[in-house]
Design a binder for this molecule. Structure first.
Ligand SMILES: *[C@@H]1O[C@H](CO)[C@@H](O)[C@H](O)[C@H]1NC(C)=O
Ligand SMILES: *[C@@H]1O[C@H](CO)[C@@H](O)[C@H](O)[C@H]1NC(C)=O
Ligand SMILES: *[C@@H]1O[C@H](CO)[C@@H](O)[C@H](O)[C@H]1NC(C)=O
Ligand SMILES: *[C@@H]1O[C@H](CO)[C@@H](O)[C@H](O)[C@H]1NC(C)=O
Ligand SMILES: *[C@@H]1O[C@H](CO)[C@@H](O)[C@H](O)[C@H]1NC(C)=O
Length: 201
């Protein structure tokens, strides 16, 4: 029989983990909405749906981390003037973190969007109605997609089914699974552990 303080500690641990799982869930929702919105757009153009690419999602996550503290301006995100995208000096490092390199990513396309509070309808229209991005979304060569959102930023990466844009590491170290999934299992584990101890009481 657990004593009262122990029970208190366990329920607080449980509560903290449930609460810390919430922002991740909100973020996943934004990403799923955008994923579905983009595939609806593809369907309206009679194009095949894009399938999720975990390595592209990994890279999108690293890029979103980098962009998140930049404010939206009329030259960021979908307003970028083609050819003037700031070249990230640490891009090769980010690729490496996702087990990628320039050889298997060069035919893909990276599309950052900056929308205050990531209003879902504006985020989607920045992809489907801006000057530069619809052309890529309307391209049959793209078959895969990776999405990440952070603060006001959304990053969408389109991948091809060729080796040059497939975002697929050749080796078996396909360890670039989305960290959110790991975090979620982690929370779930503690949730189950918590319920277990609760049941013991
Ligand atoms: C998509 O296909 C349908 C039926 O085949 C056709 O009616 C429609 O015009 C097509 N739309 C586009 C955008 O190509
Ligand atoms: C961006 O905004 C600034 C000031 O608000 C303006 O001077 C500039 O011309 C704008 N640039 C573009 C590309 O619209
Ligand atoms: C893109 O998002 C901005 C907000 O950052 C909004 O003002 C603009 O209208 C959007 N553009 C399109 C084409 O939806
Ligand atoms: C999509 O691409 C097709 C073929 O290149 C073109 O006919 C069509 O006008 C494009 N649609 C949009 C909305 O860009
Ligand atoms: C990139 O990765 C692929 C697959 O892992 C490998 O075959 C290729 O040699 C690498 N290229 C460079 C430039 O590192």
């Amino acid at each position: 029989m657990a004593t009262l303080p122990l029970r208190l500690i366990l329920s607080s641990v449980l509560l903290v983990f449930i609460l810390s799982a919430l922002p991740a869930a909100r973020c996943d929702n934004e990403e799923d909405n955008l994923f579905q919105g983009i595939n609806k757009y593809r369907a309206s153009l009679n194009l095949t749906a894009l399938t999720k690419n975990d390595n592209a999602e990994c890279l999108a996550g690293k890029l979103a981390d980098q962009f998140q503290d930049q404010p939206c301006t009329n030259t960021t995100g979908a307003n970028t003037i083609p050819g003037t995208e700031n070249q990230l000096p640490n891009f090769p490092t980010l690729l490496e973190k996702c087990h990628l390199n320039v050889t298997n990513t060069r035919d893909g396309t990276i599309m950052p969007v900056c929308v205050p509070n990531l209003v879902p309808s504006l985020v989607l229209s920045n992809y489907t109605q801006s000057a530069i991005y619809p052309k890529s979304l309307n391209d049959t060569k793209y078959t895969g997609i990776g999405i990440s959102t952070e603060k006001d930023w959304a990053i969408v990466i389109l991948t091809t089914s060729t080796p040059e844009g497939g975002y697929a590491p050749a080796s078996s170290d396909n360890a670039a699974s989305p960290s959110s999934r790991i975090t979620f299992s982690f929370h779930l584990f503690f949730l189950l552990l918590g319920s277990f101890f609760y049941a013991l009481n």
